[in-house]
Design a protein around this ligand. Structure first.
Ligand code: CUA
Length: 311
C-alpha cells in the first residue's frame, strides 16, 4: 500500500498488516457476539438466566486460540526483525554522522590503490547492493529513519550503532528523517537517500568538489553550520557569521566576560571546543563539537577561508 523500497520492507509490512487485519477481524467477531448476547439474553427474551460453570472445550479453545494468534504475530515480526539485524558480510559501509541538526555521510573507497574519503549531505547508494550504516551522533540522541526502507535506528553519542538495507528500485529519491526529538530544529533534521545504478555510483563517489568550493561545501552541507548560524546577519540559535573574520566581540570564558578577535586560532577552537569561549548572550546554548574524525584541521582551514568571504 505504501512505498516499500528495501529488501526487507515486505516482511515488515506483512507483520504489520497481519496484526492489523487479525485485530480488525477479532474486534468484529467480539463486538458482534456481544451485540448478539445483548439481544438474545435480555430480560425480555431470557427472563430466567441459567448459570454455566466450567466448560472444558470453551476454556481450552480460548486459551489455545489466542496463543496461536499471538505466536503467529511474534513469528512474522521476528522473521523481519532477524533479517534487519543480520548485516550481510559483503555490505558496503557508509558512516552516518548525526548532529544538531543535520545528517552527513562518509564513504571510504580505493581509487587506484589510494584510500580516499567521499563526503556528502545526501546518502547516495547503488541499487541492489547491501549497504551497512555505521551510525554516530556528535551530540545528543538522534534516530536515523528512512520510512520507504522501513528502517529506523537510534544514533547514540559515544557508541556506533549499525544497520543495513538493500535498495531495490533504481533512480529513486527517498526522505530521511530524524525520529527522536533532539532540540529546536529537530523537525528540520532531514536528508535524502538517492538510489542510483552501480556505474553512476562509481562515478559519483570519485567526483571531488573543486578545491576552492570545498570550504563552502563543508560549511553549508557537511557541517551544516547554517542550521544555527546565518550568513546574512540574522540571529538564529547561534550568532551570525556575517563578517566574522577579524571581528572583535565579547565572549564568556570560565564565567567571565572578555574581548576576543575572531582569528584562526579562535575559530578553530570554537569548532573543536565551542563551550570554552562562547559568545556573550548565548548562555545555555550548547554547540556541537567537531572532532578530527569529522572535520580535520585542514577542513577547518578551508572553512576559515570561506568565512573570510562572508562580508
Ligand atoms: Cu535529530 Cu531529532
Amino acid at each position: 500500500m505504501f512505498l516499500a523500497a528495501s529488501s526487507y520492507a515486505d516482511k515488515v509490512d506483512f507483520a504489520f498488516y497481519f496484526i492489523v487485519y487479525t485485530s480488525v477481524i477479532l474486534i468484529g467477531i467480539i463486538v458482534g457476539f456481544m451485540l448478539f448476547c445483548v439481544v438474545k439474553y435480555s430480560k425480555k427474551n431470557n427472563p430466567n438466566p441459567s448459570q454455566i460453570e466450567g466448560h472444558v472445550g470453551l476454556e481450552t479453545a480460548w486459551t489455545i486460540g489466542p496463543t496461536i494468534i499471538v505466536m503467529m504475530m511474534f513469528y512474522y515480526g521476528y522473521q523481519g526483525w532477524i533479517d534487519m539485524k543480520t548485516i550481510p558480510d559483503d555490505a558496503m559501509e557508509v558512516r552516518v554522522i548525526g548532529k544538531k541538526w543535520s545528517w552527513s555521510y562518509e564513504y571510504k573507497f580505493k581509487d587506484e590503490g589510494v584510500e580516499k574519503v567521499k563526503r556528502s549531505a545526501t546518502l547516495v547508494v547503488p541499487v541492489d547492493r547491501n549497504v551497512k550504516l555505521r551510525l554516530e551522533s556528535l551530540d545528543v540522541l538522534h534516530s536515523f529513519y528512512i520510512p520507504a526502507f522501513r528502517m529506523k535506528q537510534d544514533a547514540v553519542p559515544g557508541t556506533p550503532y549499525y544497520m543495513w538495507f538493500r535498495a531495490i528500485d533504481v533512480d529513486q529519491k527517498y526522505d530521511v528523517f530524524c525520529a527522536e526529538y533532539c532540540g529546536d530544529s529537530h523537525a528540520y533534521m532531514r536528508s535524502y537517500v538517492e538510489v542510483v545504478s552501480a556505474e553512476a555510483f562509481e562515478t559519483w563517489v570519485r567526483k571531488e568538489p573543486p578545491a576552492k568550493e570545498l570550504g563552502k561545501q563543508l560549511f553549508h552541507e557537511i557541517a551544516a553550520c547554517t542550521t544555527c548560524h546565518s550568513i546574512d546577519g540574522t540571529k538564529l540559535i547561534g550568532p551570525s557569521l556575517k563578517g566574522i573574520w577579524g571581528r572583535k566581540s565579547k565572549v564568556i570564558t570560565d564565567g567571565k566576560e572578555r574581548s576576543i578577535v575572531a582569528d584562526e586560532e579562535y575559530i578553530l577552537n570554537s569548532i573543536r571546543n565551542p563551550q570554552q569561549d562562547y559568545a556573550k548572550g548565548y548562555d545555555g546554548v550548547v554547540m556541537t563539537a567537531f572532532d578530527e574524525t569529522v572535520l580535520s584541521d585542514e577542513d577547518i582551514q578551508k572553512i576559515i577561508e570561506y568565512l573570510k568571504t562572508l562580508k
